[in-house]
Design a protein around this ligand. Sequence first.
Ligand code: DLL
Length: 439
Amino acid sequence: MTTIPAYHPVSAPDYLPQKQLRELQSQRLQRMVKRAYENVELYRTRMTEKGVTPDDIRTIDDIVKLPFTMKNDLRDTYPYGLFASPLNEVVRLHASSGTTGKPIVVGYTKEDVDVWDEVVARCLVGYGVTDADIVQVAYGYGLFTGGLGLHGGASKLGCTVVPISGGNTERQLMLMRDFHVTCVGCTPSYFVHIIDKALQMGINMRDFPIKFGAFGAEPWSEEVRHYIEEQAGIKAFNIYGLSEICGPGVGAECCFQDGMHIFEDHFYPEIIDPATGEALPDGTEGELVLSTLSKDAMPMLRYRTRDITTIDVEPCACGRTIRRIRPIRRRSDDMLIIRGVNVFPSQIETGILRVDGASPHFQIVLDKGPDGLDRIEVRVEATPDAVDDTVASVEQFQKKIQHSISQIIGLSVKVTLVQPYTIGRSEGKMNRVVDNRNK
Ligand code: DLL
């Protein structure tokens, strides 16, 4: 049975009556749009092109009149072009690496950092974390928002923070045990790696006092949640966010682990059709668009996240009135097109982990066959539980995984079992795809 954690004042906005929430959103949007229009050339130009002025934005429903903002807008205005505050009011910069060229840069005023700390604290309260908890932050510290984001929220709540950052896995395990850590924040793929390392060292993580995991920064499946919860004897919670909006803390699951509540008093979510940009009703799957309602240094108006999800308006058993989004399993730019079929790495992960005894360590390798057609090979690490040394047992296990993946993606795949620990591990976000098709 799930016990609803005790009420904490930091979460009060999570329970606002709908009418009051919408009034607050409307007021904040008006202020945000005015600020963006007056201080940021890109917003002023875009709004003028669309024939919209701040006076046209009276309620939150008017948000659809505003133009979208895209990742390229951050690149094109690098580094400070979208800032609405003078630099002497900006107290922090973060940056996201991006795959090509310059990073994207984001800035925060003191008040923005306070809001960020508050929303991350609200995530932790939703899990059931209190000031009695000891939180090991194994997200990377630095320009990435994960480390300092979790750190700020956990500090705000009064937790004891262990700011270890990512990497040095044996040390992570030592501190978790010696410091009696009760909550860990890192990417789910890194936590899977930590579990693995523990097994290798003969440590049973179920003996540790860890109760909560705050896992995010990359898509992960229910099957991985199940794996982590079983192996480590913890509750694995999802946390969502992106640098452009603030970092972690845009939304998170509550104790019911059934979708992520968006802190919509600060970040307003919409779903659009990624092809046409048309707004879609709640309950329909599409691209998540987010607007900041209180960010002073760098307001984001209708930012296209490229994350694919659905807004869920059903009331949650926890009593929060803020809406939820379904877990994000796909990004529109994560999509692999294989022989014309759209495939997401998370579907392959699900296929693998549906097979009993399969390991969550895998890699997808794409290339072209002699006939010029795309080929997909999935390399999965063998586990002692699943196969013995015989060729027949390996072949049989490969076939099982092959079948399970093909059922989900509708394509035949080659599955190869590889030796344990031969697939690279990640201490942050995991990249599982090697695409050799254009080499
Ligand atoms: O990953 C912020 C973060 C740090 C979130 C720690 C959660 C925990 P970026 O590096 O800018 O920021 O990457 C943002 O990561 O648009 C999603 O595609 C993906 N992402 C983040 N959280 C989740 C999640 C941080 N819980 C991008 N599930 C986002 C799925 C996620 N994808």
